[in-house]
Design a protein around this ligand. Sequence first.
Ligand code: HEC
Ligand code: HEC
Ligand code: HEC
Ligand code: HEC
Length: 254
Amino acid sequence: MPPLPKNGRQELGVRGNFVWINHYWEVGDMRTLKHLVGTTVALAVFGMAGAAIAQDDVSTTKHNLALATNAVYQTTTAQICVFCHTPHAASTTAKPLWNREDSAAAYQMYNSTWSSTIDMTVAGSPQGVSLACLSCHDGTVALDAFQNAPGAGGGGAGTEGYAFVGADAGNLFPAASFAMLGADLRNDHPISVTYDNTVTGDTAFNAPGTFTNVTLANGAVECSSCHNPHDSTNPMFLRGTNAASALCLECHIK
Ligand code: HEC
Ligand code: HEC
Ligand code: HEC
Ligand code: HEC
């Protein structure tokens, strides 16, 4: 048996899902070992501390339309936020402080008309934050159609004539991109669904208070529930790892 470490010494370690602390001390000439094991509770505390420190960085992502290593970018302005946000004269339909022209697309929603197993209330059209994502990803609004273009004046319907690489004619989102969703949302996870884990007919949902990474926007599942448009630490701008479908299981009990 190896000799025990010195009196008063503590060791901390992590193995699998366990955190352990060994505390050694002496009573007379007896050496004693106290072995404390904490499980995922302790890990959750470590995890939360990590999440608080992690910071978004939109500049390195595909959402930086001034980044020339992306498949889709432009060379007219070096600004980043402007393609999505403006401090003034923002949209009053999409949010937050949304700087893109509203989409006029007629969306087909994923609702109970389409799928009989939908029990929660789905809005008639995409709301707030989802509308924001779709103002690029439905492919109908020019990528440079601002509410408020950089500098004095500017903005309004249609392209501002920015020099784009990788966009379709009229500076539209490239139709051939894997990231083009279109306006038919029946082949996408339901959005603008008022989340109600106590809804009659469905007992397979966790309470929102248990979420660790996913979020609701004004009480509803929107694009931003699963995606963080500012950071691609996790692939596909996901809010957390989807290994073992962890992201899905934050809401679904399956
Ligand atoms: C590709 C579009 C896009 C770009 C570029 C972008 N954002 Fe956002 N931003 C969004 C969307 C969509 C939301 C709402 C989703 C959410 O709550 O995370 C949002 C939310 C926010 C919020 C409020 C919620 C939060 O996360 O704090 C702030 C503040 C913000 N953005 C700041 C910025 C700044 C500053 C920049 C530039 C450095 C930027 N954004 C670039 C799309 C974008
Ligand atoms: C200003 C336009 C714009 C807005 C607004 C926007 N995106 Fe994107 N998004 C893009 C472009 C451009 C790409 C890159 C497409 C490509 O490379 O083919 C992209 C790519 C993506 C990808 C693929 C990422 C990858 O790593 O391959 C995801 C996921 C995505 N966007 C989600 C969202 C979500 C969710 C929102 C709203 C919260 C949003 N986007 C808002 C323009 C936008
Ligand atoms: C319930 C969670 C969830 C919601 C809500 C959601 N997404 Fe996603 N999205 C994902 C996941 C998970 C992936 C990664 C799929 C993969 O790896 O193939 C993804 C992938 C994508 C992609 C990449 C293309 C693809 O087909 O893989 C785009 C673009 C995207 N999402 C945009 C959006 C937009 C815009 C919305 C709102 C209209 C939205 N997402 C709503 C979970 C979600
Ligand atoms: C933020 C919470 C949330 C997350 C995360 C989430 N879902 Fe959902 N999902 C919902 C809600 C809410 C519904 C609608 C439930 C209803 O009305 O019955 C739904 C519906 C579904 C449906 C059923 C659609 C139907 O026709 O009945 C499937 C399948 C599904 N989600 C799969 C997934 C998968 C796969 C993932 C992970 C990629 C995922 N969900 C992540 C909240 C979520």
